[in-house]
Design a protein around this ligand. Sequence first.
Ligand code: ADE
Length: 227
Amino acid sequence: MRIDIITVLPELLESPFQHSMMKRAKDRGLLEVNLIYLRDFAINKHGQIDDYQYGGGAGMVMMCEPIANCIDKLKAERDYDEVVYMTPDGETFNQKIANQFSLKGNLIVICGHYKGIDERLRQLYVTREISIGDYVLSGGELAAAVFVDAIGRLLPGVLNDETSALTDSFQDGLLSPPVYTRPEEFRGVKVPDVLLSGHEKNIQEWRHEKALERTKQRRPDLLGEDN
Ligand code: ADE
């Protein structure tokens, strides 16, 4: 999978893909993330990529030409499955959407800033608009990092234990059950006996029960029981 991220702040996105699973994905040739500096497509020598909004009001708008020229150049080099725009008014990202995107080949991701991008770019270029939650970030970069991480770790061969993504929270519509490691007792609190029993079937049943219990308590909406 190849993901080209268009950004005015590439520095913000350098570290997130150099560690842990994203580094492994890259080292194994499973995920290539390219940071494309939008100012290289600025409309003048001052590096301008934004302008005042028509109709007045505070806040700059990212202009059509730099982003359009950047995408045109990328599209002339290869085909893309989606052009994604990170924006708080997009569809709310979740595990199901991450699963869908993990099946794609090439993606362009646009990080917005200020008041966002000119609406015509959304009409003409963007195929999917993604929000990572109901709050506003200073720009789309951190949202893009979240989006790419959630997708990248799902690519087959990225996680060591192929089954571990399958037991993640949300993957089966439930939150994950509690987990424990050594020691067996910590400050008077013991690991549940069943986990020490070696009885595989009982352990699986216990985990399912706890996952259900936790989901009921914390996220009844996942079970369709909140209203
Ligand atoms: N840009 C600013 N806020 C955002 C959000 N919540 N999700 C995606 N992109 C954003």
